[in-house]
Design a protein around this ligand. Sequence first.
Ligand code: ADP
Length: 798
Amino acid sequence: MTPLKKLATYYVHLLSRLGVVKFSISLAAAIIMVALAIQMSVTFALTGKVSAVDLIRSVFFGLIITPWAVFFMSVVVEQIEDSRQRLSKVIRKLEKMRSRDLQLTNKLKANISQLNKEIDEREKAEAARRQAIVNLEQEVKQRQLAQQELEEHSALLRSFIDSSPDLVYYRNEQGQFSGCNLALERLVGRTEKKLIGLTPYDVYPEDIADKIVETDHQVFDNDEPLTYEQWLEYPDGRKAFFELRKVPFYGRNGNRLGLLGFGRDITERMRHQANIEKANRDKTQFISTLSHELRTPLNGVVGLSQILLDTALNDAQRKHVNTILLSATTLGNIFNDIIDLDKLDRRRFAVSMEPMDFKALVNDIETLTEMQLQNKGLSFKFEQIGPIPSSIVGDPTRLRQVLWNLTQNAVKFTEKGAVGLMIKAQPLAEQQVQLDISITDTGPGIPQNQLEQIFAMYYQVEGRKSATGSGIGLSVSRQLVRAMGGDIKVTSKEGEGSCFTVSLKVQLDSIPDEAEQIDHPPLDILLVEDVELNVTIAKALLEKLGHHVAVAMNGKQALASFDPDSFDLILLDIQLPDMSGFDIAERLQQDYAKEQLPPMVALTANVVNSKQEFAKAGMVDVIHKPINRNAVVHCLNNVFAIGPHDEPSETQLNPSQALSRSSQPVLDLELIEQFCSSIGCQVLTDSVTLFRQVMPDYMQVLESNLFAKDQQGIASEAHKIKGAAGSIGLARIQRLANKIQSPELPAWWDNVDDWIHQLSHDYPEDLKLLDKAIEDFSSAETTESKDSLNLPLPLDQD
Ligand code: ADP
């Protein structure tokens, strides 16, 4: 600050401190003093002396100047003061502002530092975030890799599961499908997507679903895996046999989520097994065929021994012939067992129900047993309770076979003591009798724990070296008796003996003894038979009955020697070296008018063919081999009692009614002709092509159903084949399919496999014939002459 400014400030300060009056006085005094000093100094300097007037002038000057100075000064001061105050105000304001600024600055500073802090933090966070992102990216990468690996694994697993031929599926606790592999998709004919959420009832037929759900419940109830076998069905109807395994499966925390299922198609295995069984059966069949063949010469031995016994013999000869008869009978019964064994195996077994002389049968058994016992030095006891019925309805061959087996065993196993035969006959209802036939012996007996086992096939009590055997007699016997509606029971005590009892309910036969010959005039009979032994027996038997017999040893001879006026009856062996009895019958029916032909009777050892089959071939009756007197007499009575031209009863066979084999055509030519002429042969050809295409599938389904023993499946598939075959004129296939689709037919189960086999064998052949027929019809159509049609159709074999 300049000294002037300082002086002014001081002046203003003084003025404001002293107030105007005091300040004015002080200023006046100061001015006077300054004026005095200046006056005196100047005057004295100038004059060398100071006068009073000078003093007084200075005083007055001071006094005059002072107010003006005061005024002036006051105005200045006021101005200054004003500006000072304004300045102060401004300064205060400024100070205030400054302090506010300061505050603001502080705040700002604080904010800035806060901001800096935040920035720092943010930067740190950003860095951390960046790090986190890097980490995250790494993790994502890792996860992607893991995911990829997982996907690869699951794709691998999936392709494992999908390429598996086994069924793989899972179901939840509610029994709904949650997933499956390709094999199951194929089985149910739906994709996995469509399958999810469905229950077995939505997917399988009800009977199959029932079993599936039942086994699911078993798995859930027991909380344990389960393995079982079941037939399942493909959408096209093909059946396959599956071994199914169901396993409960659990989540991480141990809660059960549902079940996993695996299914293996074991149809082939089963088929293989069945083939093995079949091979086994074939072996049995071979043995039985062999036995059958052996039985023919054996029957000669039995027949001739019987004829010999009717002649005059000395004791030794009689004994020898008896032994021959006994041995041959034993052998014959063993063969019978073997043949029956095969039939039982092939379910072809059927007992015949015919009037039989029960008394004679008992006598035979009695005589033959006694003969054997005599040879062993043992005694025979016969006992009877109640009157033995003379004639009953039953199967004489089988009953004889059973009793023979039992008495043979009794004789075979007994070394000392006796064998007994006891017949107990108790009348039941009218015409019905309860027969209990017991065979007792004093042999070694049978251990208690093996009493049932001895009825098993090939079973023999251990340690019985003395007697030989095959172990099939009792098994076959029990099955035979059971087939007749009865049973065989055994009681035994080791070391004391055994008692076998056959219990049967039988019907008494009220028909008079048919074995008595009705008086016929001597007949001229043509016997067509190739086996010399059979010829000898049959000829001897017929001649003994007073008839004349001419013999033809084969088909050619038979046809050559036949003259309708020379013969009253033809006995036709079915199996001849050059042609079958069926062929001869057919040729004769073709060559001669119906009225010219004498009755034809079949001679056969085959018990499988039914009478109806012979009737179809034009034969009026059948005589089963071995030929015996009763059978021949019965047949002659039968045939000649009604007379060859009489109307026979419903059950008897009528050659005029019997369908000729050629009336069962392979093709329905009429339908084919109509088809060709109305719609055109091309359409028929197209239909045949379609049939050719679908038939292998039909056959596959049919065979799988046969294998699965699904009667309904067989019938429904055969129904399709029948319809398809019928619509294109395959008459034989249609008939065959009709039989296959009719389970109500007698012995359907016994025959259906043969029919199906025949169907698969015949249809390609028949299709060839159909092609030929269509070809002929279309060419006949163009020449407008259907008469030119000439088809070499084979005869129906069904
Ligand atoms: P096979 O006599 O040919 O051996 P079977 O089936 O007739 O066959 O008999 C089976 C087994 O039962 C015989 O091997 C024998 O061990 C026992 N058996 C049968 N009958 C008697 C019997 N009367 N006394 C003692 N054991 C018997």
